[in-house]
Design a protein. Structure first.
Length: 301
């Protein structure tokens, strides 16, 4: 890695740590949203650095759809033990049982969208004023509209046309009762930055990110992991391929890519040559042209 790349990553790290410390300074009840994916893992690593030698000053919140990869859950529990941080888990299944949401039906049914209600209920339950997320502007066009401090109204909704200026890295965390903020310290990072930072700091990540043999179903060009949560259609067949995942989420909408990358260095080379964004493998983003923005307006991550 060149000295320029190291300097670039150091600047991004310093910016993210500064944002996290601003959150700790301006809010009494912050929480870090944790999915078990590479971005939230980097967020946890940065939080540890931001408050070292003390502990991370906010708990981790995981919204569990019930359709997660077991590898993700195992990695999550190991990381929480290592960091000695409080983990809060809230389940979409509970929201379904309580009648708060209605489970989708049909071949493309997913619980991914249902997470929004579970998340908003959890924020209200613990009276969290701000939720730190690992979203980056390069992921998707709706996320490119986000500020570092993204205001949410009393219903948890986001208005992309009503955001506060952030001149000279000054962040305005003032809000009315029942409102909250989403804060994105990784806003200026790219997928390549994430992988290079992981490589530089030797950060452990789930095995799902590396090439492995897995039974998959090709659904409209998206390679979904064959699992009990997916209904195999008559014109589909399960086949074994060598794949890895660029993002990690609900198994019903998280697509894999065919890959032989079995190390961080090989992943970096693969990302450098990729012509499809990492969220190009996500089936939930293909539901409509503005799928992500519509979900974010309702309170999605």
């Amino acid at each position: 890695m060149s000295s320029y790349q190291r300097s670039h990553l150091k600047q991004l790290e310093s910016e993210a740590i500064y944002v996290m410390r601003e959150v700790a300074a301006q809010f009494e009840r912050p929480v870090l949203l944790f999915s078990g994916g590479k971005d939230s893992i980097v967020m946890a690593h940065l939080a540890r650095r931001a408050f070292y030698p003390g502990k991370i000053v906010f708990p981790l919140l995981h919204i569990d759809t019930g359709h997660n990869f077991q590898e993700t859950l195992d990695f999550r529990d190991e990381l929480v033990d290592k960091l000695d941080v409080r983990l809060i888990v809230r389940y979409v299944q509970d929201s379904i049982d309580q009648g708060r949401v209605v489970e989708e039906t049909g071949p493309n049914a997913s619980r991914n969208v249902l997470q929004t209600v579970t998340l908003l209920d959890a924020l209200a339950e613990f009276k969290f004023e701000v939720a730190l997320g690992g979203a980056r502007r390069d992921e998707e066009k709706a996320r490119a509209k986000e500020r570092f401090f993204s205001h949410r109204d009393r219903f948890g909704q986001w208005d992309p046309k009503n955001q506060r200026p952030e001149l000279w890295a000054l962040y305005n965390g003032r809000k009315h009762p029942d409102e909250h903020f989403r804060v994105f310290p990784l806003s200026n990072w790219t997928e390549m930055d994430i992988w290079q930072y992981i490589a530089l700091n030797q950060i452990p990540i789930p095995s799902l990110y590396f090439s492995h043999q897995r039974e998959i179903v090709n659904r409209g060009g998206t390679l979904l992991a064959a699992c009990p949560y997916i209904s195999i259609q008559p014109d589909e067949r399960v086949e074994c391929r060598r794949v890895r995942f660029r993002t990690i989420g609900d198994m019903t909408c998280t697509g894999a890519v065919e890959s032989s990358a079995s190390s961080i260095e090989e992943i970096i080379q693969e990302v450098a040559a990729a012509r499809v964004t990492e969220r190009g493998t996500r089936a939930d983003d293909k539901r409509s042209e503005a799928a992500m923005e519509d979900r974010k307006k309702q309170g999605y991550f």
